[in-house]
Write a protein that binds this ligand. Structure first.
Ligand SMILES: [Zn+2]
Length: 250
């Protein structure tokens, strides 16, 4: 008797219903609030209003967990070198990204940092989705966001060093929501970096998965007259077997 290879099941099988529910929730929300939607759908916040008041870093961490469950630990991404235009394939290590965010989280208060110098103190608060939504209505959103999240003493006479420390504290509190990926360009040798928006990456992935599911449902409904619910109630294996039959007949 010989051992035969079997196709390994994905590490995490996300149900078709869960995929369609998440896709609908993401598609019916403005991009800036999608992280809050992920927190809510994953049960980490009571409702979207509560999730909007959670730190962006928490929404991004929830999106990263969801992405890992759907894609596995590595996500293929592409970057374009701004110097020579070459397109680079960059595998994004999601688990490393998650652990680096966790380390930053463990190093201090995830909600607030205090930058202290001889004559004053600045309190920096972690930005939330509500802060971003509000900032987007301002003429200079980045500045508005800083002003919302930083409390400076009146008439503070600050140095470049203090401003740099405040900026660093703000970056720490943004956490995973401000992640970047770096690579070296094989074409020109320069370093290439790009922002990594995990909520965007998750939205793209869930949209692709939902579209594939909707195509399967539509094909089986057209072929056999089955309802969406009965198609979704099948195991993925059975759904795939029926699809193979339909596609062979055609
Ligand atoms: Zn290059």
């Amino acid at each position: 008797m010989r051992a035969r290879a079997v196709e390994a099941a994905p590490r995490h099988v996300t149900s078709a219903h869960a995929t369609l529910t998440l896709w609908e929730a993401l598609a019916s929300t403005v991009p800036a609030a999608r992280g809050a939607v992920v927190l809510t759908v994953r049960g980490a916040a009571e409702d979207v209003a509560a999730a909007c008041d959670a730190p962006l870093a928490a929404s991004a961490a929830a999106a990263l967990d969801e992405l890992c469950e759907r894609t596995g630990p590595t996500l293929a991404t592409v970057l374009e070198c701004t110097a020579c235009g070459q397109v680079l394939d960059v595998p994004l290590d999601l688990e490393a990204l998650a652990s680096s965010a966790q380390t930053a989280h463990d190093e201090g208060d995830p909600l607030e940092r205090r930058v202290v110098w001889e004559s004053g103190e600045v309190v920096v608060r972690a930005p939330t989705t509500s802060d971003v939504l509000d900032a987007l209505t301002a003429p200079d959103p980045a500045r508005h966001l800083r002003e919302r999240c930083e409390t400076w003493p009146p008439g503070a006479d600050t140095t470049a060093d203090v401003r740099a420390r405040v900026a660093r504290a703000a970056d720490d509190l943004t956490g995973l929501a401000g992640a970047t990926v770096r690579s070296s360009c094989p074409g020109c040798g320069r370093d290439v970096s790009a922002d990594v928006d995990v909520v965007d990456l998750l939205t793209e992935r869930v949209t692709e998965q939902a579209r594939a599911l909707l195509i399967e449902i539509a094909e089986l409904a057209a072929a056999y007259g089955w309802s969406q619910e009965s198609v979704l109630a099948m195991s993925p294996v059975r759904r795939r077997a029926y699809l193979d039959l339909v596609r062979t007949e055609w």
